[in-house]
Design a protein around this ligand. Structure first.
Ligand code: AMP
Length: 302
């Protein structure tokens, strides 16, 4: 009797999806070459790991727009200033692997630092003017690091689409601009912000918050919700909205505001008055204790 098991030619819809974990660029290129030969579209989701539901939503977005989803997990040293949290950035690759697999990631690329930055690496992608305002004003070398690593991932993976989160609005805008300005043949998609039940935007850095700080962190999203209510009631003045947001945030004793920006959503140029037909973004960077948090909302369809 033949008891040898033959795998079905096509995966059964209920069979468990398995993710392939790769750490070497050579293996990654070989795996992708097979998919490309088969004519499959490749979707890329770059992350720094310590995954949460926000990252999972990017995978879902990528799956909807491609046939093979590559997620990268790489805590990119060039986007951290020497004073920042590179060493203590949260990491949990086993947990991330299980989550990525469950979300339907096909290839998980987890390179070591010297795979991305071999000895002698010394070439960077510099953002233009939109990279030196807001986050760029406070973290002057940050976007240079982000653009450089994503340009490298684009060249390594040659994705058809790449998905980034609106949570890091300025970053997503700069990456879309980089793809256009430097002719990367990739569609940069921007997925909405995934939030905790109380409104806090999900972030790997939320684990830094003490329980008391976590409760106070609610003021970011709550102040944006209040601004939307005021806009619905007819407020159009950016100065008035900014003042209302500032007052709301400062009601949390642990909060310190880095910036509140009300700007054109396509250029990040400051706006004084909200106007119909011009989508604006209200973007916040707020420190709660030692933890720096970002949030934003789009104001459209006035
Ligand atoms: P990170 O691992 O924090 O570098 O984030 C990787 C990607 O996930 C970036 O494109 C982020 O903008 C995106 N992202 C982070 N948090 C969220 C969130 N709460 N909702 C949607 N996307 C997010």
């Amino acid at each position: 009797m033949d008891i040898s098991y033959r795998a079905p030619k096509f995966a059964h819809p209920f069979s468990r999806h398995t993710v392939i974990i790769l750490t070497s660029l050579t293996d990654l290129r070989a795996a992708l070459a097979d998919h490309r030969t088969a004519g499959r579209r490749v979707g890329l989701v770059p992350t720094m790991g310590f995954l949460h539901a926000g990252h999972m939503s990017l995978v879902e977005y990528a799956r909807a727009h491609s046939d093979v989803v590559v997620m990268t997990i790489f805590v990119n040293p060039t986007q951290f200033a020497p004073t920042e949290d590179l060493a203590k950035y949260p990491r949990d690759i086993p947990r991330d692997t299980a989550m990525a697999e469950k979300a339907g990631v096909d290839i998980l690329f987890v390179p070591a630092v010297d795979e991305i930055y071999p000895a002698g690496f010394d070439t960077f992608v510099m953002p233009g003017a939109q990279g030196s305002i807001l986050e760029g004003a406070i973290r002057p070398t940050h976007f240079r690091g982000v653009l450089t690593v994503v340009a490298k991932l684009f060249n390594m993976i040659l994705p058809d689409v790449a998905v980034f989160g609106q949570k890091d609005f300025q970053q997503a805008l700069l990456l879309r601009k980089m793809a256009r300005d430097l002719n990367f043949a990739v569609d940069v998609l921007i997925a909405p912000i995934v939030r905790e039940a109380d409104g806090l935007a999900m972030s790997s850095r939320n684990v830094y918050l003490s329980p008391d700080e976590r409760a106070q962190a609610r003021v970011l999203s709550a102040s944006l919700a209040e601004a939307l209510h005021r806009i619905a009631d007819g407020e159009r003045s950016a100065a008035q909205l900014e003042q209302a947001i500032r007052t709301h945030i400062m009601s949390a004793p642990a909060a310190a505001i880095d910036y509140i920006a009300i700007a054109a959503a396509d250029t990040l140029a400051p706006v004084e008055q909200l106007e119909p037909g011009r989508t604006a973004v209200i973007a916040l960077a707020v420190r709660i204790g030692k933890t720096r948090l970002l949030d934003n909302i789009l104001v459209e369809n006035l």
